[in-house]
Write a protein that binds this ligand. Structure first.
Ligand code: SF4
Length: 461
């Protein structure tokens, strides 16, 4: 397990600064004087954590709290005016359980799932907020049960409600005690990649004003972050990305961001390097497909190397492409060849998760059951219905990454064994798979497939 630093005690200085920045001005706020509790469903994954986006939505005021564990909220209904629940697909079941224990009249929902399927929440919540939102009371005063979130770009997220030292982003060379924070300077994406759910939240780029970004950076200075993650879907897509990066570079923190390769000219790469950008996530995606944004990926990776910028290639595995030993061997050979050509400092595999509303949905919907929604975490190969094969798929995705990180080629790029969050995460996964495979063998000792996995493990890992 990655060990976490002890919680940071919020100083009065931090709390009062945020109250100075954001005073309570909306008349509706005066009606709700009891507690307002914000939470996310599912619970935040502390191993991979970053401050939750619900902090952007929650209003000002000392009666507002962020609750890490919705099974242990520490208050009674009579002392609470509102429960603000941000719900993602995998949290739906837990949210329904929660809503059955608390008065519907106090429950407000928002986030990905209520945006995509607002009607599914009608029986569980008083108000359903769809799309992005940073102005809670203005959103709440709209009539109707289902309302569109309002963004006025006047406020910064309530970082004061959260212990920023819980953030544990996986970044090469980031040690568990290094402080990492994040910022959103825009939301939404106009591109329409067939697998991606980001445009479903917002299909155009909504850019935050530069002045607001500067205000947020000024606020974040007190945490002295060593790393900052720009959460925008595609940062250089904004017209004023250079000015925003100038402002962010004042933090003097190593910066990591998402950018599509088609926007990464050599000048852009040089500019980013000069402004403390440390790593860009370029998105290799599914190597069996061609993406317009990736046509110049080879050249872009080469320029990253030339100018000393780390490249992070996330990739997608469709379980239907690896569902036999032969298909899997062929797929991973191609993938590893691409790694060896592009030499990324970081890779990360995600299993395909078809989202309702994306172009891919119709092709895969017959394979998605209601129970699968709790597995929408990109690490489960739930499109594979044979559970033994599913375990093989999940293990193999880990194993090929592990092999790359421990390969000669990678040794020429950087040292993997540094006890940074990347290395520690992979040690954690190694242990997790050893246990999962041992448990599966106990259940089915005759399985040749599982025995083969154990012998591969002892040979390779
Ligand atoms: S993958 Fe990236 S570029 Fe494509 S739609 Fe999603 S956010 Fe936009």
């Amino acid at each position: 397990m990655i060990k976490f630093p002890p919680p940071l005690k919020l100083t009065n200085k931090i709390s009062s600064t945020i109250n100075d920045i954001q005073s309570i001005t909306h008349p509706l706020a005066k009606k709700y004087t009891k507690k307002i509790l914000a939470m996310t469903f599912p619970k935040q994954d502390l191993n991979l954590g970053l401050e939750p986006s619900v902090l952007t939505v929650v209003p000002d005021g000392k009666n507002v709290k962020y609750i890490m564990d919705y099974n242990n909220i520490g208050f009674q209904d009579k002392d609470v005016d509102l429960y603000l629940c941000s719900v993602y697909v995998t949290g739906m079941k837990d949210f329904i359980k929660f809503s059955q224990k608390h008065p519907k009249s106090k429950i407000i929902v928002g986030g990905y799932e209520p945006t995509m399927n607002p009607k599914d929440f009608v029986e569980y919540a008083e108000k359903i907020i769809t799309g992005p939102c940073d102005s809670f009371w203005e959103t709440m005063e709209q009539s109707g049960q289902i309302v569109r979130g309002i963004t006025l770009n006047k406020r910064i997220p309530r970082y004061d409600l959260y212990d920023i030292k819980l953030n544990q982003q996986i970044i090469p060379d980031k040690k568990p005690n290094d402080v990492v924070t994040s910022i959103n300077t825009s939301s939404g994406c106009p591109n329409n990649c067939d697998f991606c759910c980001s445009p479903l939240m917002s299909n155009h780029i909504a850019s935050k004003p530069l002045e607001l970004v500067k205000k947020e950076i000024d606020y974040l200075k007190q945490y002295k972050p060593k790393f900052i993650f720009i959460r925008d879907e595609n940062f250089p897509l904004q017209k004023d990305w250079k000015q925003k990066l100038d402002a962010i570079s004042k933090l003097d923190a190593k910066t990591y961001l998402f950018a599509s390769a088609n926007l990464m000219t050599e000048d852009t790469i040089k500019y980013m390097k000069d402004k403390n950008v440390y790593m860009t996530c370029l998105g290799l995606e599914d190597i069996t497909k061609e993406y317009g944004k990736n046509r110049k990926l080879d050249e872009v990776c080469e320029k990253h190397e030339k100018h000393g910028l780390f490249k992070y290639l996330s990739f997608i595995v469709d379980p239907l492409n690896v569902n036999t030993n032969e298909k899997s061997a062929e797929f991973y050979e191609k993938l590893i060849n691409r790694f060896n050509e592009l030499k990324p400092e970081m890779v990360c595999g995600n299993f395909l998760m078809p989202f309702k509303g994306t172009k891919l949905w119709d092709k895969y919907k017959h394979l998605v059951t209601k129970d699968d929604f709790s597995l929408y975490n990109s690490k489960s190969a739930f499109l594979e219905k044979d559970l033994e094969r599913r375990l093989v798929d999940e293990y193999e995705m880990f194993k090929y990454q592990w092999d790359y990180y421990n390969s000669k080629i990678y040794k020429g790029i950087r040292n993997f064994n540094t006890n940074d969050t990347l290395h520690l995460r992979f040690l954690e996964l190694k242990e997790m798979f050893a246990k999962k495979i041992a448990d599966a063998i106990k259940q089915n000792p005759q399985s040749e497939t599982l025995k083969k996995l154990t012998s591969e493990r002892s040979n390779k890992i």
